[in-house]
Design a protein around this ligand. Structure first.
Ligand code: ADP
Ligand code: MG
Length: 258
């Protein structure tokens, strides 16, 4: 059965302040969705909830992953079930290389599925890494770097995309807004997403930048504004955003007087 992430009537508050006010969104395996919207509209709040950040309180609604209540799953359980939640360890871990980190991630997933598993062999792991890095046009030396230690914004994104390629999730959520991405990092994310696209992967790219739409052609585009998805469409909506920005969204959907 194809996996899906279903967000139903989601209401979320931060410090008692309602931020999300009834979000509905379904991502199926094989689909690429973009969630766009002006700053402060609630995009990162949504990704934080999916990540299980305890600062965000779900006051109503639900999130289902493969029909199961995602909000009751532990964070590592979410990832073992095939949900990729961007980079879960954005802090630098000196002494742990990206390759070590990825091998640990693979092994812990294999052990979770089968307690007797001995994990992936070093030679299989090397082959896997080489194949994935080649498909992403990455230099092999990158895997030997210490995780996030002095990584540029673009390199962090590269590590994230590599992690996604190696773990082969069914649904991936990428929130790009918090890191002040330059055009180079944006292109890396877009190219990575494009190269991993396929029937087994559903992707939600959360971004404020219309520019990324020059590189990724999402099948579905959603606009979030004041905690709700106010408009959904296809590539045509992306083109409209590129030409007109968000002013028309504010004019059409604003519920509070400035
Ligand atoms: P976006 O990602 O679309 O720019 P956010 O989800 O980051 O929007 O923010 C939406 C609103 O929620 C903003 O008003 C922001 O100030 C508030 N908010 C988000 N996270 C927190 C937090 N941890 N503490 C307090 N307010 C928050
Ligand atoms: Mg954000």
């Amino acid at each position: 059965m194809a996996a899906s992430l279903e967000i139903r009537n989601l209401h979320v508050s931060v410090e008692e302040k309602p931020i999300l006010r009834g979000v509905n969104l379904t991502i199926n395996q094989g689909e690429v969705h973009a969630l766009m919207g002006p700053n402060g509209s609630g995009k990162s709040t949504l990704s934080n909830v999916i990540l299980g950040n305890p600062a965000y309180e779900v006051t109503d609604g639900e999130i289902l992953f493969e029909g199961k209540n995602l909000l009751e799953m532990e964070v590592d359980e979410r990832s073992r079930a095939g949900l990729f939640l961007a980079f879960q360890y954005p802090v630098a871990i000196p002494g742990v290389t990206l390759a070590n980190f990825l091998r640990l991630a693979i092994n812990s997933r294999m052990k979770a599925n089968d307690p007797d598993s001995k994990g992936i062999s070093i030679s299989d792991f090397r082959k896997l890494m080489r194949a994935k890095m080649d498909s992403l046009h990455m230099d092999h030396s990158f895997a030997g770097r210490y995780l996030n230690d002095g990584f540029s914004g673009g390199e962090k994104k590269r590590a994230e995309i590599l992690q996604m390629a190696v773990l082969e999730p069914r649904i991936a959520i990428l929130d790009e807004t918090d890191s002040g991405l330059d055009i180079d990092a944006l292109r890396i994310v877009a190219e990575g997403v494009s190269s991993l696209r396929g029937p087994n992967l559903g992707i939600l790219v959360i971004t404020h930048y219309q520019r990324i739409l020059n590189y990724i052609k999402p099948e579905y585009v959603h606009i979030m504004y004041q905690g709700q998805i106010v408009e959904s469409g296809g590539a045509d909506l992306a083109l409209h955003l590129e030409e007109s920005g968000y002013d028309w969204v504010r004019e059409k959907f604003s519920t509070t007087t400035p």
